[in-house]
Design a protein around this ligand. Structure first.
Ligand code: OSB
Ligand code: MG
Length: 362
């Protein structure tokens, strides 16, 4: 396990602040003749979620590693249930579980998507554009991403950077697939303000209210024409079911780190498919390792909307993998077709970016 830090190609600003680099954990699993990788998407700050790189490090080393090391598993779907004694800490669990799926697929000599149940060999890419210094800069960024072929534009919003930004983009770019992500920056009392977004025909508004809220989102959804998509609130498959039962959203963003790995993501995906609720794959500024995992998961059939899965070069130059993940001029990204996640991890770059490492053996 490594604690890694990489500088971002461009700063990224959300409703909770601006970052210039990304700190995360990389897990490497050796077993039965194969080596596999996972990435823990917890950040070094507890702003998007309560988990951090430090809590994940602590929980993995003290509690999770002893629950899985040396235990015979038939299938990676058995890993998440084996960690059940530990409450929460889904990002820490996913870092182990996803590496186990990579290991399993490599042992079978097949691409990860095949064992996950994904048929698509390429996926539609979207981008998430942070808050900028000016609306002019925002419009320039959108123009550049559209020129690169991206099939959906998401902008981060917060009070004071919302309706005006959307109005400008609609005026400048017309009926492009456009959505906003608030990262929990609003209160239910802002319903009237958020309704001002309704005339702009957004695909959805992502996570307007609190990270642990479902019931206020249900009230808000009844007052908005625009579909609500939940991200932070869907911390488990059960939370997804509760949100759909309550009418709190019409779309769900799936991030495997948030729900505990690939197996739980597949369960959430299937639940949404059964209820005809579209899902899309979220992003957490992953390196090429997590990004490759996301591509394979995105190949499942109900990922019917373009996700926040974009090219390596928007984030890290160089990435930890070679070749990097590229978007084609038609806005599609090919799912790597080698065994497992199907990308080559550059161990020298990984070593150079490492702040701390530990090894766990039987
Ligand atoms: O809310 O989707 C989010 C990045 C970090 C934490 C949370 C979010 C995001 C993004 C960026 O929107 C998605 C990406 O490009 O990886
Ligand atoms: Mg989000």
């Amino acid at each position: 396990m490594r604690l890694v830090r990489l500088p971002l190609v461009r700063f990224f600003e959300t409703s909770f602040g601006r970052v210039y680099d990304r700190t995360f954990l990389v897990t490497k699993l050796d077993g039965e003749g194969a080596t596999a990788y996972g990435e823990c998407v917890a950040d070094d700050t507890p702003y998007y979620s309560s988990e951090t790189t430090d809590t994940a490090w602590q929980i993995i080393s003290q509690f999770l590693a002893p629950l899985v090391l040396g235990v015979p598993f038939e299938h990676p779907r058995d890993i998440f249930p084996a960690m059940r004694r530990v409450r929460g800490h889904h990002m820490a669990k996913a870092a182990i579980e996803m590496a186990a799926w990579d290991l399993y697929a490599r042992q079978q000599g097949v691409p990860l998507r095949q064992v996950l149940g994904g048929a698509r060999t390429e996926i539609a890419a979207g981008v998430s554009i942070g808050i900028q210094d000016s609306l002019e800069q925002l419009a320039d960024r959108v123009a550049a991403e559209l020129a690169d072929g991206y099939r959906r534009i998401k902008i981060k919003v917060k009070p004071g950077w919302d309706v005006e930004a959307v109005a400008l983009l609609r005026k400048r770019f017309g009926p492009i697939p456009l959505m906003v992500d608030a990262n929990a920056a609003y209160r239910l009392e802002d319903a009237g303000h958020l309704a001002k977004l309704d005339p702009y025909d957004l695909m959805m508004i992502e996570q307007p209210l609190d990270d642990d809220d479902i019931s206020d989102h249900a009230v808000l959804q009844r007052q908005l024409k625009t579909a609500i998509c939940l991200d932070e609130s869907i911390h488990s498959v059960r939370a997804g079911r509760d949100a759909l039962d309550a009418g709190a959203c019409r779309i769900i963003n799936i991030k495997p780190g948030r729900v505990g790995g690939h197996a739980e993501s597949i369960r959430l995906h299937d639940l949404c498919a059964a209820r005809q609720v579209p899902v899309w794959h979220g992003g957490m500024l992953e390196s090429g390792i997590g990004r490759a995992h996301n591509l394979h998961l995105s190949s499942l059939p109900n990922f019917s909307l373009p996700g926040d899965v974009a090219a390596s070069r928007r984030y890290y130059q160089p990435d930890l993998i070679e070749p990097g993940i590229d978007v084609q001029p038609d806005g599609m990204i090919r799912v790597p077709d080698g065994p497992g996640i199907g990308v080559h991890v550059m161990e020298d770059r990984l070593a150079q970016a490492t702040l701390r490492q530990a090894e766990y053996t039987l």
